[in-house]
Design a protein around this ligand. Sequence first.
Ligand code: BGC
Length: 776
Amino acid sequence: MHSKLLLMKKYFAPGPILYLTAAVLFCIPLSKAVAQDKTETAKMNAFVSGLMKKMTVDEKIGQLNLVTGGMAITGSVTNNGISDGVKKGAIGGIFGLYGTEKVRQMQEAAVKGSRLHIPLIFGLDVIHGHRTIFPIPLGMSATWDLGIIEHAAHIAAKEATAEGLNWVFSPMVDIARDARWGRISEGSGEDPYLGGKVAAAMVRGYQGTSLKNADAVMACVKHFALYGAAEAGREYNTVDMSRVAMYNYYLPPYKAALDAGAGSFMSSFNVVDGVPATTNKWLLTDLLRTQWGFKGFVVSDYTSLNETVDHGMGNLQTVSALALKAGLDMDMVGEGFLKTLKTSLQQGKVTQADIDLACRRVLEAKYKLGLFDNPYKSLDQQREKTEIMTDANRKSARVTAEHSFVLLKNANQILPLKKSGGSIALVGPLADNKRDMLGTWVIGGEWEKSVSVIEGIKHVVGDNVKINYAKGSNITDDTTFMKRLNFGPGMVSLDKQSPEDMIEDAVKAAKKSDIIVAVVGESQSMSGESSSRSDINIPESQKNMLKALAKLGKPIVIVLFNGRPLTLTWENDNAAAILDVWAPGTEAGNAIAEVLFGNYNPSGKLTTTFPRSVGQIPLYYNHLNTGRPYSSGPTKFKSNYLDISNDPLYPFGYGLSYTNFSYSNLKLSKTKLKGNETLTATVTVTNNGSYAGEEVVQLYIGDPAASISRPVKELKDFKKVNLQVGEKQDVTFNITPKQLKFYNSQLKYDWEPGDFVIQVGTNSADTKTARVQWVK
Ligand code: BGC
């Protein structure tokens, strides 16, 4: 088992908080730091103003134009002749292009070939690692380990900068409560508090201590805003919600990323309060800049500006003017700004000041990145050769993956498996598969370099355990579905063998073996962008194989790949164990084998609720009580279904361990509090199983009487503890009124006196409870 202390040392790259702490500890006057900041800003302003004086209107509009270099395309491409555009000063940045040689070519075109030598900014969708792929973000969030997450982002930044990049379209911080939505895989799940913590950790990991560092990239927080709340989980669909829901549940992670210093934001595809985010002045200016104080720049999503025409906002010229005035600074791919802003200026539809403001923000970003000092700063061929996919990076990816796995079921302690003796039937279309190990959004990922499950098992147990392998089924036999999946990298194909023969092979392998390990679930292309599903079962082809195997009566261990919660009631009833591995990345097979054979004891916890049926969606733990709350079992005239319970299959925060943790003795320092006092809640956690292990201890608070209806409970804090066999630890949470605050109907952020329910436990549905009264 890994020692927590070592891990923290290894994974905690110094972030701004560390420096702030250092300033406090070593008495470095903060006023000096603030003064330094002001001087820096004044220098930047003078530089940018000086440069803008020399710029023509066309050159200014050019800075607002972001084009794709062609390596990452999620919509239609309307840009041709990039190099000419760069030389003319008609392009401010390029995304989807990496590698020092290619980037240098373009940067030279800008710096040597354009009139004012303004460098380009180079962006990419680096979502969970650049070359060394880490687990998908939903998996990464299941570590509940901010040090690990920050470190993963830092490695991604190192690899990205080693290939010429200085801007990443990450973190994606959209709260999602709907497993049908394929992009739930790219975020941190359903909780605003955890989502905010993860968002901030990622920003720190990407941006480091200074954007000028050679290994720092500017983060781009997306998708602003509410993209994860698409109706019916259907991609690009309408979003409609109250401001109270927005402020309390959906906006916190964006704000947390901003507070961590994120340099840029991306506007989302959806409407917010009826107005597309990309042309939404309330969103991009009143909220983001005026209320929250954002100082960076906002880029549109891929052609999201043009798409506002289809949203019904007017023609391209109208929407481009609207977007500029709303606070959009850079237009991704669609060229609405490029094609129309000059005419709009001449016609008085936008002002010179509107254009200048956006241009200034883009130039400021380049300045902050140090590109005016050294436009070639991320173009070091030596780094490109030595810093990509290093052993250390791969090791971090493996450790992160191990921590991200969630043990959903483990009947009779079937896991961990014995490292020696006996035989295993290793079956399923994901067992001898490299491509689907990586998950969605892996533009720089090379699937050939990933470790398959069968390879990982061989690395860990060699010949000590007999492995009987059979593919057993296709990922799916549904050719219509397959056609839709086969856009982009994750190709799905039919095997030469018939489905029946494949199942027969799996059954034969199982008959020869003591135990069945079935590696099943979703392929790479089943989640991510444009991958909504209305049926979130394991595809039928694989289920048929599982059903045939279940008839043998041998224990089945399911290793589950998924970019979203799946409906697993049959699997939960029929498998002995289920290990959810999401899409673990480059080191998938090694990480899976380490966990299956007990070299690492799983500690991941769900950050998204697993429903029993798709009909329960949206299903999330922090729901309101309603006036007719469900208690147990469907009854008439309660808020429930006739045909199914309201309970999820696996609740938020859930995850087992090979050991057993018990919770006892929840003690509060007081039960009556006043004003700004601090309450401490202490619980004793005991490892009374037979393995050392890590446990995420979770604090929830409920506010049962307030001026608005409040969620039944909300996550407010968590601590990960590492306990040896037989060890006990008192885990203490400090609670202050800050944690009781919420946005009321007037959107005032405050707490209201009354009773509060304090809950501490192993997941959102299994807690120890105590009540306090807290007055102002
Ligand atoms: C996605 C964004 C992504 C962009 C650029 C869009 O389709 O929604 O998340 O950053 O493409 O690749």
